[in-house]
Design a protein around this ligand. Structure first.
Ligand code: ADP
Length: 558
């Protein structure tokens, strides 16, 4: 308080004869704080954490400017007007800091109950701010308002400050104990930052007003030092912004902020007329520079990572295009090759069969076996080619289905009759059983269903050395499905075989041991076809040597 003993200030607060540190402690700190607050807020306007930080810096700056007026002004009325706000603003700072820490910890707004508590704590300060309980007068003979401050009011807002100093660390320690290492680092930075800020601020203002009030100190210039606490706080916030992205601020934008801060602080040199101010400006500059180095490093890292990702993405795109071309070529090749191979093979098998049956005259006995082999091999090759063709059609999405209603039970019986002689040749009995409640109609592609069932019975014959193959058709009215079960007494399957047989080119280990030729494509194709018609195939076995059971389930037509 300079009051009338000093020259009247120009522009509200510029005057001579005041403590030399005053302008330095007030103007840059307030601008510094509010700039960071505003900047963080503008970068993510919806984030509550950012909003609260902005509010804290705003209130801090307001307090600082009011304090500057109180120091430099000589107008008693004006000082009486702003004085009551010190209590309100400092209590608001405390409560908002607690609020801020809550939001930082929980990543969400506080409960309504807690808001009521905060409001109740603040209410008396607002209500009694402009009454005698707060400030009752002003002594213009030696310009002292301290003697006229109400003790109860004053101790109440000091109590709120102390409360926040205790409340915040408790909250942070509790969270710290259950956090991972990354969050722990953030908690330490934020916790220390907030605590140091509040502590220096309250301690310095309290000591200043208390000791100058009781006459121990000549004036309250000690409070000027309290304001520098905000720089520590802001510094830590800076690290949180750049290193931990706590406030979701973009990296390039942070750089902009840094440059403006360095300019702002450097501009202090122009009006720092004392050694103390020059030293302090230099310290602040070093301090900001240190944050800057962290910032620039992290920017570089981020840019490098982005470039790497971009170049990988372009490479990936090229490879992808190439893969697609290759895939198309492969499909074309498969389909052309298969068509051209299949027709001659079918005719080889056909002629072999005619020869075997004596259509070209009686066959010498020793020719039977070789002709048989020719026919079997040609058929196997034709079937394999058919499998490849089907795989290529399925994968290119070119498989066409012509759905009609037909009797699944009857069609299965016909297939059994066709395959019975093949089973008998291997010494196997092929049985057909039914247990039907409804008529047994399904809506599917008849040719494809025949192919699927043929494949399953064929496998049962292929993988059984002795015993029987039972084909069992039954319906389940409740589930609205018809099941075609193919049960054999063959080589069976282990759990691992059961898991893989529906995948492309997968053959069970058991199949290799019995030396049965195959492509490993039949079940893959059959399953895809069944699924395309709304059904599915499941495989079951008790284990190796214990036979197998395959079930084709198709939705029934009611
Ligand atoms: P492929 O029979 O040409 O090898 P599939 O896709 O038809 O190909 O069958 C895949 C595998 O499933 C077979 O190799 C065999 O290991 C197993 N498998 C299929 N049916 C049976 C069955 N009835 N009994 C035992 N294993 C079978």
């Amino acid at each position: 308080m300079i009051c009338y003993l000093y020259p009247e200030p120009s522009y509200l607060f510029f005057t001579t004869g005041i403590p030399e540190l005053l302008y330095y402690s007030h103007i840059p700190t307030a601008i510094f704080a509010i700039l960071i607050g505003l900047y963080v807020f503008l970068n993510a306007k919806k984030s509550l954490l950012n909003k609260l930080l902005f509010l804290i810096t705003l209130i801090f700056s307001l307090w600082t400017f009011f304090n500057l007026f109180a120091w430099t002004n000589i107008n008693g009325n004006f000082i009486l007007f702003i004085w009551p706000y010190f209590g309100i603003l400092s209590a608001l700072l405390s409560i908002l800091s607690i609020y801020f820490v809550y939001v930082f910890i929980n990543q969400k707004d506080i409960s309504f109950r807690l808001k009521i508590v905060f409001f109740t704590l603040l209410a008396p300060l607002f209500i009694f701010a402009h009454t005698n309980l707060n400030l009752s007068g002003f002594n213009i003979t030696y310009c002292d308002p301290y003697g006229f401050e109400g003790i109860v009011y004053k101790y109440y807002y000091i109590f709120v400050s102390v409360l926040s100093l205790i409340w915040i660390p408790i909250l942070l320690i509790k969270k710290y104990l259950i956090s991972d290492i990354n969050l722990r680092k953030q908690i330490i930075l934020l916790g220390t930052g907030v605590e140091l800020f509040l502590l220096t601020f309250f301690l310095a203002t309290f000591v200043a007003s208390y000791f100058s009030g009781i006459g121990v100190l000549g004036d309250s210039r000690i409070e000027l030092y309290g304001l520098f606490g905000v720089l520590i706080f802001i510094g830590f916030i800076g690290v949180l912004i750049t290193k931990f992205k706590t406030f979701r601020v973009g990296i390039i934008a942070s750089q902009g902020l840094l440059v403006s801060l360095v300019i702002l602080i450097s501009s202090q040199f122009t009006y720092s007329d004392s050694q103390t101010a020059t030293v302090l400006t230099s310290i602040t500059l070093i301090f900001t520079g240190a944050i800057g180095i962290i910032l620039v490093r992290s920017v570089k890292k981020e840019i490098r990572q982005r470039q790497e990702i971009e170049s990988l993405a372009t490479k990936l795109e090229k490879v992808n295009v190439r893969l697609k071309q290759l895939d198309k070529l492969k499909s074309e090749f498969v389909s052309i090759a298969s068509h051209q191979l299949r027709s001659p093979l079918t005719s080889i098998a056909g002629y072999a069969s005619l020869l075997r049956e004596g259509n070209f005259g009686v066959l010498p006995a020793k020719m039977k076996e070789p002709i048989d082999r020719i026919e079997r091999s040609a058929r196997f090759m034709a079937e394999s080619i058919e499998d490849y063709l089907n795989v290529s059609r399925i994968e290119s999405g070119n498989m066409k289905y012509h759905l009609t209603d037909f009797n699944l039970r009857d069609e299965t019986e016909k297939l059994c009759n066709d395959l019975r002689s093949q089973a008998l040749r291997k010494g196997l009995i092929l049985l057909f059983r039914t247990d039907m409640t409804a008529k047994g109609f399904v809506n599917a592609d008849l040719g494809k269903i025949q192919q699927v069932i043929h494949n399953l019975i064929n496998n049962a014959i292929k993988y059984s050395q002795r015993g029987s193959v039972t084909v069992y058709v039954k319906d389940d009215i409740k589930k609205r499905v018809i099941n075609v079960e193919i049960i054999d007494t063959g080589i069976g399957m282990s759990q691992s075989t059961l898991h893989s047989i529906f995948q492309k080119f997968e053959r069970g280990d058991e199949a290799n041991t019995v030396n049965v030729a195959g492509t490993g494509l039949g079940l893959y194709v059959a399953q895809k076809m069944a699924e395309a018609m709304g059904g599915n195939i499941s495989a079951h076995s008790e284990g190796e040597g214990k036979g197998s059971r395959f079930v084709l389930a198709l939705p029934m037509v009611m």
